[in-house]
Write a protein that binds this ligand. Structure first.
Ligand code: AMP
Length: 397
């Protein structure tokens, strides 16, 4: 039997992730990653039917195009190419222009490129990937799914900074929020688990991965989120500092630091890595903390305390709260992180169910609080599936 497949592409500056999603079941038939683009050891690796393989790219040249060309060959070899009906691209920044998924044409591509000013690390890389995919699959419809789109429903009181109006009007300085596809997906799945229609579901979604953000979802719509004008804001992350007194930036620049040095410190050397001095990886932090490492303990404490503070503050964005929903690599797997966050929320009545917490790991969803207490749950995210489904919805519209 032939299947309808959607190729999902997430093109970064030095990497390109892809997944071939069955449009009916949502299963990933093929997943892969091109990495080290721009370096002599650029390569593409993939997993199909449980088997892993890889392929070295040429030492020089356009590695995005080479990766996509290799992918086309692979799809041909596996007999999957003719089953692809659409391509969905993850695009980090849609600004105020894109509040939903769109079909890509020349105009849309130009607008995504123009938004590079707001996402200089991401949007130019998406444009390169989209161009390479169009040249390899000129006959297929291609769609852009934006990380920012879900948050376009935020009210002005949530998205505006207390800055002069002119900065918003002239430069678009406002909170945009990111991880929208993940917050959207887990809020829908939470509604299913709660047995409620999505448009009547109120949740606080807590995406904790290398990047981390929280979202208040009121009646199915994002009404506040912790990332802001850039993905540096909000929670502490693997290497990003999260919220910060802007005076610190001034202070460092007055000390003679360059703008690039400050950016490097805030985005690449902070977070778990910076505080612990050890690692950006939550598993490593927990292991080191349990072995008595003081920096790892402090990193864990700052991280969990800030997550809990954000959850508490987002209660004011909602009239009622059905559940707190954990997701992302840390949110889906880390028992101690979830346990500690729930302890901070004791004042609101949250009580961890140790068995529920232990069971909801490694891809399993479930409720992690005791019966008859306010509910927290774990739902594994699936951004590729959202991108595939949104592309399918537009294809059939
Ligand atoms: P993501 O960016 O969503 O892939 O998440 C990456 C983060 O998830 C890293 O900090 C990992 O340490 C963390 N993570 C992944 N698996 C586990 C696990 N089994 N226990 C704790 N943390 C985990």
């Amino acid at each position: 039997m032939r299947h309808s497949l959607v190729l999902v592409i997430n093109s970064g500056s030095s990497s390109l992730k892809f997944a071939l999603i069955d449009a009916v079941s949502g299963d990933a038939r093929l997943t892969g990653l091109g990495e080290c683009f721009g370096l002599s050891d650029a390569s593409v690796s993939w997993k199909y039917d449980g088997e892993k393989s890889s392929f070295a790219l040429e030492a020089t040249g356009n590695h995005h195009q080479q990766a996509i060309d290799r992918l086309v060959l692979l799809l041909d070899e596996l007999g999957l190419k003719q089953d692809i009906i659409a391509i969905g691209h993850r695009v980090v920044h849609g600004g105020e222009r894109f509040s939903e998924t769109v079909k890509i044409d020349d105009q849309v591509l130009a607008e995504i490129e123009a938004l590079s000013e707001l996402a200089p690390l991401h949007n130019p890389a998406h444009v390169i990937g989209i161009r390479a995919a169009i040249s390899a699959f000129p006959y297929l419809p291609q769609y852009a799914v934006f990380d920012t789109a879900f948050h376009q429903s935020m009210p002005a009181k949530a998205y505006r900074y207390a800055l002069p109006e002119k900065l918003y009007q002239d430069f678009g300085i406002r909170r945009y929020g990111f991880h929208g596809t993940s917050h959207f997906f887990v809020s829908l799945e939470a509604a299913k688990l709660l047995g409620k229609p999505a448009e009547k579901t109120n949740v606080i979604t807590v995406h904790l991965g290398n990047g981390a953000s929280i979202c208040a979802v009121r009646n199915g719509q994002s009404v506040d989120t912790s990332m802001g004008f850039t993905p540096t804001a909000g929670l502490m992350m693997g290497t990003r500092c999260g919220d910060l007194d802007p005076g610190i930036v001034d202070f460092l620049i007055n000390k003679g630091w360059s703008q690039a040095e400050v950016q490097q410190a805030l985005n690449k050397e902070a977070g778990f890595l910076g505080v612990s001095g050890l690692t950006s990886d939550c598993r490593g932090i927990v292991e080191a903390m349990e072995a008595g490492h003081a920096g790892a303990k402090l990193a864990f404490e700052i991280f969990t305390y800030r997550v809990a503070k954000y959850i508490a503050s987002y209660m004011v964005a909602l009239d009622e709260l059905d559940a707190i929903v954990f997701t992302g690599g840390i949110g889906e797997n880390s028992l101690p992180v979830r346990s500690e966050v729930l302890k901070y929320l004791k004042i609101f009545g949250y009580r961890e169910d140790a068995t529920g917490n232990a069971n909801a790991r490694f891809g399993e969803k479930g409720v992690i609080t005791k019966p008859n207490t306010p509910m927290a749950m774990v739902i594994p995210t699936n951004e590729e599936w959202v991108i595939a489904r949104e592309s399918m919805a537009l294809l059939h519209a």
